[in-house]
Every structure is written in C-alpha cells, then in structure tokens.
Design a protein around this ligand. Sequence first.
Ligand code: TPP
Length: 689
Amino acid sequence: MTDQDWLHVARTVFTSRLIDTIEETELAPAGKITYQFSAKGHELPQAICAALLTHPHDAATVYYRSRPFVLGAGMSIRQAFAGPLGTIASRSAGRDIGVVHHLPRGTHGIAVLPASGDVGAQFTPAVGWAQAAVYRADVLKETAWKGACAVAFAGDGATATNGFWAALGIATTQTLPVIFCIEDNGYGISVPSTYQTPGRNIAANLRSFTNLHVIDGDGTQPPEAAACIEEALSMVRQRLKPVLLRLSVPRLCGHSGADNQAYKTSAEREFEVARDPIPRLREFLVQQKICTKATLAELEADVERQVREELKQALADAFPQPSDAVRHVVFDGKIPLRGGMRAEGVQYQPTQNHDIPETTPATEQRVNFIEAVRRVLDEELAMNPRVLVFGEDVGVKGGVHGATVDLQRKYGKERVFDTSLSEEGIIGRAVGMALAGLVPVPEIQFRKYADPATEQLNDCGTIRWRTNGDFAAPIVVRIPVGYGKRTGDPWHSVSGEAVFAHAVGWRIAFPSNARDAAGLLRTALRGDDPTFFLEHRALLDTPQGRAAYPANTGYMIPFGIARNVAGGKRATVITWGEMVYRALEAAERVGGDIDVIDMRTIIPWDKDAVLNSVKKTGRCLVLHEDTHTAGFGGEIAAFVAQECFMWLDAPVQRLASADCPIPYSPYLMEGVVPSVQVIAERLKSLLAF
Ligand SMILES: Cc1ncc(C[n+]2csc(CCOP(=O)(O)OP(=O)(O)O)c2C)c(N)n1
C-alpha cells in the first residue's frame, strides 16, 4: 500500500460513511428511499481491496453491504445515491435496489459482476470468473489475463449457504485464483454467527481444508487489514492457492434501515462502537505521516463538499418511465459491456424470433439425436476456442448419455471437463465464465437434478435486465428430460419445461429429432441469451429421434418457428418432444387429416403457427408430457381461447401427464403419461364435439 493508496482508501471510507449517514438521517426519513443498507463498520477492508485490485481483468462479486468497495472501484457518488433513489442515473436505471451492485469496468478495469439479492449466490460465479481467467491466460495465451483473480465478498451468514461450499470445493480442487473475503460482523440480520459455523469462526474451522490458504484478521486495524489483503492477493496472483480471508468487523448499523438491533445487548453495541474503523484510520494516517491533522481535516471537508454536491445532482435526476421496465429482458440489440457472445469480438448470431431463415440442410446420413448433439458440440468446439463443455461425467466418460464422447480426448481437459457434483457449482461457474467472455455449455445430468441450481439459473436469466443491458451471461444448459426408452421414475424422467418457461430471460429448445436438435443447438450456442436445451431421453438413441444430420456446419434453426409434422383440416394437435410421435400415431388411429404441430421451442413459441392451424381446423388439442396443472399447455390453450374464439368449433382441449410424479413401473406409467390410446380417444371426442 502506497501513501497514495491510503489516501484513496481514506476518501472511499469517508465517502461511504457519509452517504450512509445521509441516507439514514435524511433520505430515508423523508421517504425518498425505501430500502436502506448501511455498510458502517465494514468500510476499511473493502476500500483497501478496491485500492489493491488493480489488475485490468480482476473481478469481484459483491453483496448488499459492499458499497464501500464499489465506490472505491469507481462507482460515482451520484450513482451511489441514485441506486436507492431509484432514478435513471443508477446503474440499473431504477430496476434493482440500490445496493445490489454491478459495474462493468471500474477505475482499474476491475469488473463488479452483477450482484444478487440471494445471500450466497455470489460465490460460484466468482470461481467461474477465476477459472475463465486461468483459461484465457494459459490456454488462449492472452497475456493480459495473466495474474487476474476474482474476489467474492460476503458476510459470515453467507458461509452457511450451499453456494459457499460449492465454490470452496471448486476453487480448492482446481486451485483457482479466488479470494473468499468474509466480513464477519457476528450476525446475519439478528442471528449470531454461532448458528452459521460451529464456534463462530469460519477461518478456524477451515484451517485444515486441503489446498486452501486461510487468513484471519481484524478488519478495523488499517495495517493489519492491509497486510491480510496483500497476503491474500499475493497467494492468488501467483496461483498458489485459493484464499479464505476472514476479517472481523463491527456492524455499526441495523441490518437495514428497518432493523433496530434490539437483539444486541448495550455492552455489545458499545464494544462495536469502540471498534469503529474510522478513528483508527485517522490515527493511522497521521501517525504514518500520510496526512497531517490539518490535511486530513481538509480531505474530510472535501469529501463532504463532493458528497453534498453529487447528492444535489442525484436528487435532480429523473425517474424511469413505466415503458422502460420491460426493456433488456432478452437480447434486443444492446450489446452488453461484459459477457455475451459479442464481447471482445466473438462471432455472434442473433437468436431473435424469425431473424434467421431456416435453410435446407445438405442432407447426410441419418444419426441418432444424441450423436447430432455431440457433433454440434464437436464442431463448435473446433470453431470457437471460447466454447467450454462441462458437467458431471462429461470428461473421460463422455457423459452418462454419451453426448460428449471423445470430446475431452480431442479438445483437452481445459475445454471439456468433469465437475464436482454440485449443480449450483456447475451453473454458477458457467455464469462467471460467460461474464468473462467465454461460451460455457454445462450439462445437468437429468432434469430433476437442476433443482439445486435453481437460484443460479433464475439469477442468470435476469442479469441482462437487472443490469439494464450492461451484462449478459448467455450460457447454454443441456438437460436430458422425460421418461426413458423402457421405463420412467420420479428422478430421471421429469420434463418440467413449464417451470423453466416461467424463468425470466431464458429461451427453451425442446427438439424432437436429430436435425432439429442440431439446428437449434447451434442457434443457441451462437445466440446471446441463456438457453435451456432439453433432450428427451426416449429420443436420444431411438429410431424416432434419428434424422439426417445437416452437414453444413452453419446450419441453424431459428427459435420460435414450429414445424408441421402432419397436415390436416379436421383438428390441430400442438405438442413437442417425444409426444410428437404419440400424437402422430394417435392422429393416424383416428383416420388422419390432423394438423400436428411440433413446437420445437417453448420460449419463444410460435403463436403464428398455432393461430394459422387452429383457424383452419377449428379444433385444438394441446398435448404435453409435463404435468397438467400450470403446464405450458395452459398458456397455449388460453392464447387459443382468446385469439381463435370465433374460429373454434369445440372447446380447446389439454392433455398432459397427471399431476403425479412419473412412476417406475411401466404399468403405473401408463396411468400417468398420455398414451397413444388416450390421445386417440381425446382426439375422437374433440372431433365428435
Ligand atoms: C438466500 C437468501 N436467504 C435469505 C435472505 C434474507 N437475508 C438477507 S441478508 C441476510 C443475513 C446475511 O448475513 P451475513 O451474510 O452475515 O451478512 P451481513 O448482513 O451481516 O453483512 C438474510 C437472512 C436472502 N437475501 N437470501
């Protein structure tokens, strides 16, 4: 730390403290801000980190108490006020609470990655960034990335979350340059840290963790805090070990503006006040002759003047318009500053509905569905060195479904690799990698096992929106879904696309054959939105899923364009995935002349195809394998009822799996999943209405 660094630290600390005080005593009481989170007591280590994270490719993942860091990293005071005020000058333009930060490029180039309101969600994206930094430096030989690291900031409560342990496992097994900086204030809102980790000290508990460097220090003492942070940075810059850096700090405020801290004794509060880092910092600066008392007073006065000035500007800033709210939910032309395929010159193709004309592929030999997936991955890996493929058993084994067979041998362990058994880790890491400019293609082994990744998946989908289009993490998550060839069961046979359809910001492909799988997967991989790519298990290596593989490597199918798999005038069946084949058989059984529409993508879905068909036939059955209640069929049926009312000759029908898990016994499964016979019966009654 140079004198200059210390002056930067002092300015950040004083600025942050004053902003907190103004919010607490002026803006919140006046009703100008509704969410108020102070960082009082936490300022010093954060400001030191901001001063020392000088590598242009460093990144930090932060949380709601990280404003001192973000100020130190380059967020303006006006933006700091604008956040809680909810004006258009805030980084999210009023979309997010002011302390859920992001900063595409700070003072030294450091990125503050999009924070989450979910405690613990900041850890796995940090390890993803760290792994991407290593990949870009070592494999892509981008020297500018050499020595870059990631820092995840969190409170002590966050060390109890799944995300913390997922990230710790990844960082230590892969020796990633990441620092877990735990600002331990002894509480998570009102819950003491004895509930988060036994004996209340996470550093003490992790001392024997293999391949982890543990540092435990006082975050209120300037030289000690700086020494701890310098030690941590030196460890990760040399890539010796990841670091758990615990710094104890007082929380000199309520958890938020609404919290009166009645759960702390007065002795505790007095003890905390005595540990205020600001008097210690002042004393240190003068003692070390970095400032005189007079220049220090001048600095503080200057901070006050600047804060007041920028507050005035912030209070004059406009509020967003209601019509601004729905912009940047998906890629809409604004190129993200961080992440996204277009970042730093990567070839990009739009995925927007109808943007890409579907070409006729030069047809080739027929291949299994899973082989089509494997080939597209192979081709994209060959074409784009930023593509990485990973998941459980994806490496040497080639995936439990065979989608990645041979790819590790061909492209190496850095590009095609096994992960720890942590779905939160797989997705969170993918998000961090995408933000660092890579194209991650994670595999979740079965649909049910996406459950532990729910938080990361949902947060990933809203990154573009939350950051007002500044960041994007277009990952492509491949997931086998549905029942198997011979049997089902509650764990491996879930389709569950309706839950994903409800996740804002995501696209969903649900192809029914090898050709569509190839075209849609490539579109997803070259697009700029996160995509669920669902692969039906009963189609992976069966005759039904087999199709001619499109040989031209540029073959893409746009999202939101359905395919008529059978033509007819008597009724319309709208379906997708394996149900397409049951529908076709059922249509034959009732005498044919039925329009069968394979949706191919669920988000976006082809409303025009549905409209045109139902207007022609006057009868509509929506069929899917996902459970009935709140299934995606409800969405389509509601649309048809509203838009085709005048053309309908019968009520819109829905047929789906019973609201029941998929059973193991094939006999029981017959009672849950719509069989050809049940579909045919339903069609018969629809035609007879
Ligand atoms: C996943 C999740 N669960 C619960 C909450 C509600 N919540 C917000 S902050 C917080 C306490 C976090 O404490 P800690 O990590 O120690 O950070 P501190 O506030 O003390 O700095 C809780 C329970 C949340 N935001 N996210």
